[in-house]
Design a protein. Structure first.
Length: 158
């Protein structure tokens, strides 16, 4: 099984060997912005389960509202997909997200690395779980709390 997954590892954004739901996911995420959030309906199943370090959401309507709230305060947000590993009806997506928020990191760009585990059903994504360092994405970007978070990380590393 592991050999099959490794054999299906690709670095290209779109691959004719990937199923359609996976190609759509990769392409849409790399162009996602506040002006085209309607494209989420092209990739997510009505019964989507979405999990990230702060939320667990079930159903497309709730997910759509979550994305609208998330993107409304961002100046920019861009995903770059670095690697796609798939096996049957599931995939691991390795990415970096660069975003700007006026109240985080003095309004400068923040880049966070993460990965997603997704599963397809009926040509759409029915399960999506993100794994990322929430401290690097959020806590370290806050003026006072960021210094405290860095101090904790440094102490833990000793």
């Amino acid at each position: 099984m592991l050999k099959d997954a490794v054999d299906k590892t690709h670095n290209s954004q779109q691959d004719s060997q990937h199923p359609n739901w996976l190609n759509k996911f990769v392409n849409i995420y790399q162009t996602l912005s506040t002006t085209n959030l309607h494209l989420l309906s092209d990739i997510y199943h009505d019964n989507i389960i979405f999990i990230d370090p702060m939320h667990q959401i079930q159903g497309f309507n709730d997910l759509s509202q979550y994305f609208e709230k998330l993107y409304q305060n961002l100046s920019t947000c861009h995903f770059q997909i670095d690697q796609v590993i798939y096996d049957g009806e599931q995939a691991a997506i390795y990415w970096n997200m660069s975003y700007q928020h006026p109240k985080l990191n003095r309004g400068e760009v923040v880049t966070v690395y993460g990965n997603s585990h997704i599963k397809g059903n009926q040509d759409k994504v029915i399960f999506h779980r993100d794994y990322l360092d929430l401290g690097a994405m959020l806590y370290e970007q806050l003026p006072v709390f960021g210094k405290f978070t860095q101090w904790i990380k440094n102490r833990a590393a000793k």
